[in-house]
Design a binder for this molecule. Sequence first.
Ligand SMILES: Nc1nc2c(ncn2[C@@H]2O[C@H](COP(=O)(O)OP(=O)(O)OP(=O)(O)O)[C@@H](O)[C@H]2O)c(=O)[nH]1
Ligand SMILES: [Zn+2]
Length: 322
Amino acid sequence: MSRKYRAPTPVPNAALESGLIVGSHGRHCVVESADGSRRICHPRGKKNQAVVGDQVLWLPAPPGQGEEGSIEQVQPRRNLLYRQDEIRTKSFAANIDQVLILIAAEPVFSESQLARALIAAEDAGIAPIVALNKSDLAQPFAQAWERLAAYRAIADEAGQPHYRVLGLNLARPGAEQAALLRDVLADKATLVLGPSGSGKSTLINLLIPQAQAATGEISQALNSGRHTTTTTTWYWLDAARRTALIDSPGFQEFGLRHIAPTALAHHMPDIGQHAQGCKFYNCTHLHEPGCAVLAEVGHSISAQRHRLYAEFFQELAAPVNY
Ligand SMILES: Nc1nc2c(ncn2[C@@H]2O[C@H](COP(=O)(O)OP(=O)(O)OP(=O)(O)O)[C@@H](O)[C@H]2O)c(=O)[nH]1
Ligand SMILES: [Zn+2]
């Protein structure tokens, strides 16, 4: 049974308050005020669909109508991220500074999934960090690290690595690793993304031991009587509320469908770097004569990376079947 709820009738001239969306359960949101207090708010109308990370203007319920508020306006976003399943693409987080893509030595990660996450982050203008967990599993870790060679090698014009790639051992995090994680995450809002088994829960529990308790109460209130358990949560890591981790359980893949196929090369820097040299300005880098990208395949562009490019290009160019 789903909760039927209507936003409370606005009180004339009531003062709008600003807040941050720190939890989202379907259309119902948890809004945090500057003083740290939290309450459930409901969007007024379809237009005000807020996602975690949104800055909003909200109205408290009129006297006698309970504690829950209404979201009146979503402030302009710096960026918006989409998640995707077979049926649809849906926005789920906004105003994120970076994405931590957590993969592991075991289970063996999908390079396609990794490449997609990097493209989506690039498209949204969000810095991605790739973290390979389970460095204690020496042999599989070495193999997985090798599979990341193409990603570690991508550099900008100044020779700086384009992607930050880290090795982690979240099961036994030493002092050095704790310092590294603190440094990577400090003063930023980081969305954690990773396939099942990579160590996402281990990471969240390590960094936010109180995670369960902090969100339990409001989450319970929101989820009572609801089928959906997909909830995105914004956790503060520090008392000053400057460093945040965003967890979206079950989130394994970004949506790419909103990206134009012609923008793809631009979002795969090892490929895009060469696109300027193509004979045709609208080269797809798939089969054209005089293609500077194809000329590099097997040299500075790995054959596997070009295969992924071709696969994504076809996918994005295909008509969408609903
Ligand atoms: N060997 C080793 N195992 C680890 C490490 N980090 C996590 N694990 C284990 O890997 C398994 C999966 O970790 P989780 O944190 O549950 O992974 P998850 O990504 O949350 O997976 P789901 O719950 O399926 O989404 C658990 O058995 C962890 O104890 C590590 O650094 N080394
Ligand atoms: Zn080309």
